[in-house]
Ligand binder design. Structure first.
Ligand code: PBG
Length: 327
């Protein structure tokens, strides 16, 4: 037939396919988001996210233990307080739900997990926004930054290795970096949610944190139509001292992740968000797709697009799957 190149030769056995596979997923690159709810007595499931719970103090501790035993890279802690107010003041409570959870996690895991904490106000404000409001009811960017700066010190003091700046306020990385540095926390990392989009895929998360949000986040999170704007956000966050740059959501924004990874010299991260998980789980539950293969395929796609780090609710299970399938 005169065919010189036969790409199929490289696919002829499983060993060959594994040998030439470019993309691998390592358990240590996975971060598990964990929700802990103040005052909860029984762990509470979240609709659409099988296996994901609002944790009690006790079940939180077992989850940290499980994460450690699974050999994943880290956890990202979200705290849900009992009391909320317009200023989100529980975010600054050193014995509040988030700080307490960080201390517990660090006590259990030490340096055997990277303990990351969400640095945002939306779980703590009565209006559900990621910042505080001015007298007009609009987001007050700069007043919010002052609170983020204070909050970063409290999270670091509690033992967080890393803070995730997820509020999409202008200047947040710079303010948090200098707040941390001035308090002596020069080694605490900033995982910067640089390009975070106003996305419908955060749906199930709203239940997970009992979000009070009315309206939307369109004045701070990015418009899904833009890539140039992402590159600007990424440039600013790197300049302000971000250690890791996150693009979020994951599956729907692989182009942004790819472009970001090409553009920066810090590691990049992807967050496969609640609605993306729910979509896959719902299809699998209906028997429409093979669940485990689909999970590995999605994780491979974000790695291929360049993510060093993946935040995923499947982290613990994926660590197992990876060991089974990519041995
Ligand atoms: C904000 C925050 C959100 C998520 C992570 N951090 C919600 C939002 O921006 O509305 C969503 C994560 C997910 O959907 O899995 N602190």
């Amino acid at each position: 037939m005169g065919i010189i190149e036969r790409p199929r030769r490289l696919r002829s056995t499983a060993k060959l396919r594994a040998m030439v596979r470019d993309t691998s997923i390592s358990p240590s690159s996975l971060i598990l988001p964990i929700f802990i709810r103040e005052g909860l007595t029984n762990p509470k499931p979240i609709s659409g996210m099988p296996g994901v719970l609002q944790h009690t103090k006790d079940s939180f501790k077992s989850e940290i233990d499980r994460a450690m035993r699974a050999g994943i890279g880290g956890v990202m802690i979200f705290g849900i307080p009992e009391e909320r107010d317009v200023m989100g003041s529980q975010a600054l409570n050193p014995s509040g739900v988030l700080s307490t959870a960080i201390r517990e996690a660090r006590n259990i895991a030490g340096d055997d997990l990277v303990i990351a904490a969400d640095l945002c106000l939306d779980e703590f404000t009565s209006h559900g926004h990621c910042g505080v409001l001015d007298t007009q009811g609009s987001i007050d960017n700069d007043a919010t930054l002052k609170i983020y700066g204070e909050m970063s010190k409290i999270l670091a003091q509690s033992g967080a290795h890393m803070v995730g700046t997820s509020g999409m306020m202008d200047g947040q990385v710079g303010v948090v970096r200098s707040a941390l540095d001035s308090a002596g926390f020069t080694d605490v990392l900033i995982l910067a949610y640089a390009a975070k989009f106003a996305s419908a895929f955060y749906g199930p998360f709203r239940e997970a944190v009992e979000s009070q949000l009315e309206g939307n986040r369109n004045t701070y999170q990015q418009d899904p139509g833009n890539i140039k704007e992402s590159m600007r956000e990424v440039r600013l966050d790197v300049a302000e001292g971000a250690d890791i740059i996150m693009v979020k959501p994951g599956i729907a924004y692989l182009d942004i992740l790819y472009a970001t990874t090409q553009a920066v010299d810090v590691p990049t991260a992807s967050y496969i968000v609640s609605g993306e998980m729910a979509m896959l789980e719902a299809a699998a539950a209906q028997g429409l797709i093979d669940r485990e293969r689909a999970i590995l395929e999605v994780l491979s796609s974000v790695r291929r697009a360049g993510a060093s780090v993946i935040c995923t609710y499947w982290a613990i299970e994926a660590a197992e799957l990876v060991r089974k399938n990519f041995a």
